[in-house]
Design a protein around this ligand. Structure first.
Ligand SMILES: C[S@@+](CC[C@H](N)C(=O)[O-])C[C@H]1O[C@@H](n2cnc3c(N)ncnc32)[C@H](O)[C@@H]1O
Length: 264
């Protein structure tokens, strides 16, 4: 497809894709995927589409659950992410990966029992159009499971609260909608879905540790924000150094919101 995700937002180029994969192997993300898989409640033989499959960690786990009679398809607009996913998913049975956008899913109507998309819709400009596409490829009564972050929920300790606020505001530019969860249930209803479950999926990192999700996020944020909202490269570097220096006093918390809905 030749494209990288996020027009003007976060570019999932080879470096960001590699860093994202590393963050997604932390125990924080292992736990998040466990919660997503509980909500998915997959059965052997299910046909599943993973929209914005990213590094393919969830796809590989789902392949185990649907077994050889099931089908896992993954689409993504980032060639770098697909390359990483191929190394992982290529080995597993029944995983098909394709370069495509949620705006044009390359599958016929009613091809899937379940569609899952974690931390992808927040990057999408036309969420209503994307939900219509998901509805088209789901069989009647098929399920969609979506998980997105609301960045208003972030609590991140800093020695300089004003700088933290500037950096976080600048980082909101990395998404099409940094507050998507609060409108997603409405959007699903308008696209012909019936809501069946909603929950908060919180993240908490206390005490600085390189092996956590938010330690990886510091790198992604400080790489992205220079040039956004008036934040300079020096300011971003100082922001990151401050967080890493907090040691045992480090504190980070952020909420994802998970929603399950059924196609009417
Ligand atoms: C933060 S990553 C999440 C990856 C994966 N879903 C996970 O949770 O491990 C966001 C992914 O969404 C993809 N993406 C963004 N916009 C997309 C679109 N319009 N269609 C398909 N994938 C998209 C990006 O390329 C990237 O791989």
């Amino acid at each position: 497809m030749g494209g990288e995700a996020g027009m003007g937002g976060l570019q999932f180029d080879p470096e960001v894709s590699r860093k994202t994969e590393a963050m997604y192997t932390t125990s924080d993300m292992v736990e998040q995927r466990r919660i997503v898989r509980v909500a998915l409640a997959l059965r052997p033989g299910d046909r599943v589409l993973d929209v914005g499959v990213g590094p393919g960690l969830l796809a590989a786990e789902m392949a185990e659950e649907v077994g050889p009679t099931g089908r896992i398809c993954g689409i993504d607009i980032s060639d770098s992410m697909l390359a990483i996913a191929r190394t992982r998913a290529g080995a597993g049975p029944g995983i098909e990966l394709e370069a495509a956008s949620v705006m044009r899913i390359p599958h016929p109507a009613e091809s899937f029992d379940v569609v899952v998309s974690t931390q992808v819709f927040e990057y999408v400009d036309d969420v209503a159009g994307a939900l219509d596409e998901v509805h088209r490829v789901l069989r009647p009564a098929g399920r969609v499971v979506l998980l997105d972050t609301d960045w208003a929920s972030v609590v991140w300790r800093s020695s300089d609260d004003a700088r933290m606020a500037r950096v976080l505001t600048a980082f909101e530019d990395h998404l099409a909608d940094p507050h998507l969860p609060r409108t997603l249930a409405d959007g699903l209803a308008k696209s012909g879905f019936m809501l069946t479950h909603q929950q908060v999926v919180p993240l908490l990192n206390t005490g600085y540790d390189n092996r956590t999700y938010s330690a990886g996020l510091i790198d992604i944020v400080s790489g992205f924000v220079p040039g956004h909202g008036g934040v300079t490269a020096d300011e971003a570097r100082a922001w990151a150094a401050d967080l890493r220096s907090l040691g045992a006093g480090y504190f980070f918390s952020l909420n994802r919101y998970l929603v399950v809905a059924s196609a009417l």
